[in-house]
Design a protein around this ligand. Structure first.
Ligand code: BES
Ligand code: MN
Ligand code: ZN
Length: 473
């Protein structure tokens, strides 16, 4: 896709897309088409509506935006162009924005437009339409249009990367694949990268991480990416759960196991965000950690009731091998806090079904020991449409995780407060870092949507973290 801004001559064979706010639909149509357009009954600019017409041989697509569309609404509306109206698209598209469109509205529109090129038919004989050569012309009254478009394209590229990592199957997205992905992106985006194999992980004492990996034929990889900026005033640490497939281990899952290819949604968010932060050259330091592992079963698989070690030095009684995410995150968090001086630590993980029981698919469960960080994440998510809502970290929940044989156990064995007790477990491995937040994204990383018939990756976290970072610059 090549995007030009405000070109001199407009192609007449291109599909011309005109987004229309409901409040001034008539004025917009008169200004853009030189006529009043279709009657109100056919098109009024209402949210989630569209109308196509032909005018002097040019095909025109009107997109209704409603009254005051949010970031996500604009993104979704524009994503529909290539993913749903692609029959209207030949080789060229004109995005003809009204002058009232703000910088942020243009950004979200272009992000969405580019996301429309994504499709999950990776292994189909018949490929989806290829938009690599598509020409796009952006018309806007805003001066810095070119830089907005460039920025939007980078955001979309990162999100598509996050989609891919979740949607591709677990025989493709293995821990080794994620390690190689990190190395490739590190070259391309000028990051420092370390990928620890089993031997190195052993010498670093990542025992909880290694215990989870024991039952898999695929070697676990502990991935570390570093982005440094000379003018950084702030060092952010990110940890993402990278379970490339979660069978449950010996506590094998009996339901919807095939969804567990998405158990690296936290890793996808963290990796894609790291790519994006570097691509945008943001003035922060960022260290990202992804413990990547498959939770599988064989003769070496870790057993329920085993006592294992951890990077933090705490012994852990394994009550349930399906509570594996917290084990690898424990080592990821401890390693990060011990080896780097980070100002904030945020982990993202598809951690518990319990968080879905609480919030459904609406938002992530948010936990933090720092009120400012918690409010900041909540606000950033509301601004860009990746919501989260806080749950408490009261000490009585922590007591649930006391073990008699070891320092802590990985599951309290009770059918309540599962997301909170998991968060308390993680907190025990943060070495009391004063600004830690945990986002349980089990309900939002992978889900039903209008762009596919099956559940797909959502890239939850990428826009949220970008906004959170930029709110602090
Ligand atoms: N990966 C799952 C959590 C999950 C469930 C993510 C549904 C997305 C959708 C996690 O590893 C898990 O199995 N959690 C268990 C924990 C329990 C055994 C303590 C759960 O939530 O049931
Ligand atoms: Mn599990
Ligand atoms: Zn899991």
């Amino acid at each position: 896709m090549q995007i030009k801004t405000n070109p001199k001559n407009l192609s007449t064979s291109a599909l011309r897309v005109i987004p229309v706010f409901q409040a001034n639909a008539e004025e917009t149509l008169v200004a853009k088409l030189g006529m009043s357009g279709p009657s109100k009954a056919l098109f009024s600019g209402k949210k989630d509506t569209s109308y196509s017409l032909e005018l002097d041989t040019q095909v025109i697509l009107l997109l209704g935006l409603g009254e005051n569309p949010e970031y996500k609404t604009l993104e979704t509306t524009f994503r529909r162009i290539l993913s749903k109206h692609s029959d209207l698209v030949e080789k060229e598209v004109i995005l003809d924005f009204p002058d009232t469109f703000s910088t942020e509205q243009i950004e979200s529109a272009i992000v969405g437009f580019k996301l429309g090129t994504y499709s999950i038919g990776f292994y189909k004989k018949e490929k989806a339409k290829d938009f690599a050569k598509l020409k796009v012309e952006v018309i806007t009254g805003i001066e810095k249009a070119k830089s907005i478009v460039e920025r939007a394209e980078k955001i979309a590229e990162a999100k598509i990367e996050a989609f891919r990592l979740v949607d591709l199957p677990p025989n493709k997205i293995t821990p080794e694949y994620l390690g190689d992905w990190a190395k490739t992106q590190a070259k391309k985006y000028k990051l420092d990268v370390k990928v620890l194999d089993v031997k190195k992980a052993k010498s670093e004492g990542l025992e909880a991480f290694l215990a989870v990996g024991r039952g898999s034929a695929k070697e676990p990889k502990f991935i570390i990416l570093e982005y440094r900026h000379p003018k950084a005033k702030f060092h952010l640490g990110l940890v993402g759960k990278g379970v490339t497939f979660d069978t449950g281990g010996l506590n094998v899952k009996t339901q919807a196991m095939h969804h567990m290819k998405s158990d690296m949604g936290g890793a996808a968010a963290v990796l894609a965000t790291t790519q994006l932060v570097s691509d945008l050259g943001l003035a922060i330091n960022l260290t990202a950690i992804v413990p990547a592992v498959e939770n599988a079963i064989d003769k070496d698989a870790y057993l329920p009731s085993e006592v294992i070690g951890s990077h933090a030095g705490l012994s852990i009684e394994v009550i349930d091998t399906d509570a594996e995410g917290r084990l690898i995150l424990a080592d990821g968090l401890s390693y990060l806090v011990k080896n780097y001086k980070v100002d904030q630590v945020i982990d993202l993980a598809t951690l518990t079904g319990s968080s879905i029981g609480t919030f459904g698919f609406e938002c992530a469960a948010l936990f933090s020991n720092d009120g400012d960080l918690s409010h900041g994440l909540q606000r950033a998510g509301e601004e860009i449409g990746e919501k989260s809502w806080p749950l408490p970290l009261w000490e009585n929940y922590g007591k649930e995780m006391d073990s008699e044989i070891a320092d802590i156990k990985n599951y309290h064995g009770k059918p309540f407060a599962g997301a909170i007790t998991a968060a308390k477990f993680l907190q025990a491995f943060t070495h009391d870092h004063p600004a830690w937040a945990h986002l349980d994204i089990a309900g939002v990383a992978f889900g039903d949507g209008e762009f596919a018939k099956t559940k797909t990756g959502t890239a939850y976290g990428v826009s949220l973290l970008l906004r959170h970072i930029e709110n602090q610059l």
